[in-house]
Design a protein around this ligand. Structure first.
Ligand code: IMP
Ligand code: MG
Length: 183
C-alpha cells in the first residue's frame, strides 16, 4: 500500500471548525426535539465514528447508543446496490425513537435498507441525520431528515470517510483529485 495516501487529498472541503459548528447546531436541534422521547442514536460503522462521537458529546437529552455495520461497497468507489449486515444492533429498538447517524448519503441504498429494517423492528420513529449529502448521486427515494452539508458529486475522505479503508483519521473532510484512480 502507498505510504503517502494523504497526498491524494487535493484540498480541504469542510474544515474541522465548520464541522464543529455544524454538530453543535444539529445537537441543539435534537436536544429540542427529543426531550420526552426514547432516543437511540445508531451509528453506521465505520464511517460515522467521528461524527457520532462529536455529536453525542453535545447531546444533553437522555439517550442510548448502538452501532450497525453494513456493506454496500466493493473495493471501488461505486455502490453495488447490495447491502449486507456485518454487525447487527446489540439491543432491541421496539418503541424507541431512532436517529440513524451516517457519514454520507450517496446512492441511498444503505439508508433505504436500514430505515426499512428499523421500521420492521418496530421502532416508534426513525430519522436520518448525515454529515454529508450527495443528492446528485441518489438512486433511492429516501428522506434525509438533516444533512449538515450538501456536497457536489466528488469523492471525499477524512472525518471517518475512507479511501480504501485509510484516511478515516483525518480531522477534516478533504476531496480527492478526480484524476486519482483507486490503485
Ligand atoms: P450509499 O449506499 O451509496 O448511499 O453509500 C453510502 C456509503 O458509501 C457511505 O456510508 C460511505 O461509507 C460510502 N461513500 C459514499 N460516498 C463516499 C465518498 O465520497 N467517500 C467515502 N465513502 C463514501
Ligand atoms: Mg458509511
Amino acid at each position: 500500500m502507498d505510504r503517502n495516501l494523504k497526498d491524494k487529498i487535493a484540498g480541504v472541503l469542510i474544515s474541522a471548525e465548520q464541522i464543529d459548528e455544524a454538530t453543535t447546531k444539529l445537537a441543539n436541534k435534537i436536544n429540542e426535539e427529543y426531550k420526552d422521547k426514547n432516543l437511540v442514536l445508531v451509528g453506521l460503522l465505520k464511517g460515522s465514528i467521528l461524527f457520532m462521537a462529536d455529536l453525542m458529546k453535545k447531546i444533553t437529552v437522555q439517550c442510548r447508543i448502538d452501532f450497525m455495520c453494513v456493506s454496500s461497497y466493493g473495493n471501488d468507489t461505486k455502490s453495488s446496490g447490495r447491502v449486507n449486515i456485518l454487525k447487527d444492533l446489540s439491543d432491541p429498538i421496539d418503541g424507541d425513537d431512532v436517529i440513524i447517524v451516517e457519514d454520507i448519503v450517496d446512492s441511498g441504498h444503505t439508508l433505504d435498507f436500514i430505515t426499512n429494517y428499523f421500521k420492521a423492528k418496530n421502532a416508534n420513529s426513525v430519522k436520518l441525520v448525515t454529515l454529508l449529502d450527495k443528492p446528485a448521486r441518489r438512486e433511492c427515494d429516501i428522506k434525509v431528515d438533516y444533512a449538515c452539508f450538501e456536497i457536489e458529486d466528488e469523492f471525499v475522505v477524512g472525518y471517518g470517510l475512507d479511501y480504501c479503508q485509510y484516511l478515516r483519521n483525518i480531522p477534516y473532510v478533504g476531496y480527492v483529485d478526480k484524476s486519482t484512480t483507486m490503485d
